[in-house]
Write a protein that binds this ligand. Sequence first.
Ligand code: DGY
Length: 326
Amino acid sequence: MSLPRVYVTRRIQDAGLSLLPGRVAFEVWEKSAPVDRDVLLEKASKAEGLLCTLSDRIDEELFSRCPGLKVVSNYAVGFDNIDVEAATRRGILVTNTPDVLTNATADMAFTLMLASARRVVEANEFLRSGDWVTWHPDLLLGQDVSESVLGIVGMGKIGQAVARRAAGFSMKILFFNRSPRPEMERELAARQVSLDELLRESDFVSLHCPLSAETKGLIGERELRMMKKSSILINTSRGAVVDREALYRACSEQWIWGAGIDVFEKEPVPLDEPLLKLKNVTTTPHLGSATIKAREGMARKAAENLLAALEGRKPADLVNPQAWKK
Ligand code: DGY
């Protein structure tokens, strides 16, 4: 019996790839740039399984050319790069990689919070460019993280992990979540509030909601104008949750104190992006889950989900259970 054909759109860690030989016939896109669209469409058209990343657009056009496709295994927890509705209509399973990156991403949100509040990147550049002439009482003053108010938007697993870290900094925790989470209020000594209240009261606002039609542009001019002048916005979710132009104005005109941004609507972010010129904006290139342990976990999960689907078992991390017919 021939093995199911699989296309892997990026060389992921061996922790995942090493599970594939002998169980599927697979090919990997070896370049570090994302797979060309025409190559993706061609390879996927012959495949039963696709193991892809968030840089690949998996949409109706692709599905319409892939009569044999049974599963799309995303190497990411977010799956806004996939048209899940279209996949479900065609009975194609979609999976993601939750849990294994929760700590890494929460750590990154905290890294950006501390780095932005204490101006770490700006200070590093200041020192290295020879501008440090003396210790001074007013030199590069920042904001306190300890005992401040943290507003978490989206109290999923990553939001909760951020809240647990915040407890160690004696922060007061507010959160906004679509559905009521009274158990989180108890467990994390946090208070669920409306988005407006969270924006008005928080010293740090950290975004942890998935990107969807509902959350696209969730933080725009109106929301940024509600935030305190001394507050800092942290985004490790998806760039499009924030209106980029409004954020630029908020940071350059100092409606807010600054921002720590790991994700952009267009990635890689073009170098002429005005936000990159601002000292009060700390940026990283979508590194939320970029630890060795998290990426190995993601690779393993992505491969296991793919194999489960192709071997007729229900994948552990099925995003569209409606498509599961067994
Ligand atoms: C995800 O998993 O969705 C992250 O953004 C990339 O690791």
